[in-house]
Design a protein around this ligand. Structure first.
Ligand SMILES: [Zn+2]
Length: 155
């Protein structure tokens, strides 16, 4: 399916700017890998997040999930796009930070994989755009558990 929800160049810049600003709040004293994310909700609101590490390591959370969980906790569950800006510590970003597998799965829970635009950026002028479907092909999501009365489960 072709994506019909093209983002305007202005919106792309706004989202990347939000991710870069959120990255400044990154709490990453262990990895020094700083990430910010900016989510565009279905209603036009933008919710940001940063990665938050922990001395016990596993309780940490990625920027993408911080933003998604913030949004969901405020009643926002529909998303059009997410911009991600991540790189080792420093003002100049040197990598396109694609979301980890866990974050891709969380996106799958709340987003239409065909339409969620995922922007990975080094700057407002240097970025790549893909869709969740391309990042998580054949992903498992809510549709798999949707009731289907026509399904013969005795097979
Ligand atoms: Zn992640």
């Amino acid at each position: 399916m072709e994506c019909t929800d093209k983002l305007t160049p202005d919106m792309i810049r706004t989202l990347i700017g939000g991710a870069l600003t959120a990255r400044k709040m990154s709490y990453s004293p262990y990895s020094h890998y700083q990430v910010g994310a900016a989510l565009l909700a279905g209603d036009g609101r933008i919710v940001t997040g940063c990665n938050i590490e922990n001395a016990a390591y596993s309780p940490g959370c990625c920027a993408e999930r911080t933003a998604i969980f913030k949004a969901v906790s405020e009643g926002i569950t529909s998303f059009k796009a997410i911009a991600i800006a991540g790189s080792p510590r420093g003002d100049v970003l040197t990598q396109y930070a694609y979301p980890c597998g866990v974050c891709r799965q969380v996106m799958m829970e709340f987003c239409d994989p065909e339409h969620l635009q995922v922007i990975v950026a080094k700057s407002e002028d240097d970025y790549r755009i893909t869709t969740l479907r391309e990042l998580l092909p054949e992903g498992f999501g809510p549709d798999n558990l949707a009731a289907d009365e026509n399904t013969d489960v005795k097979e």
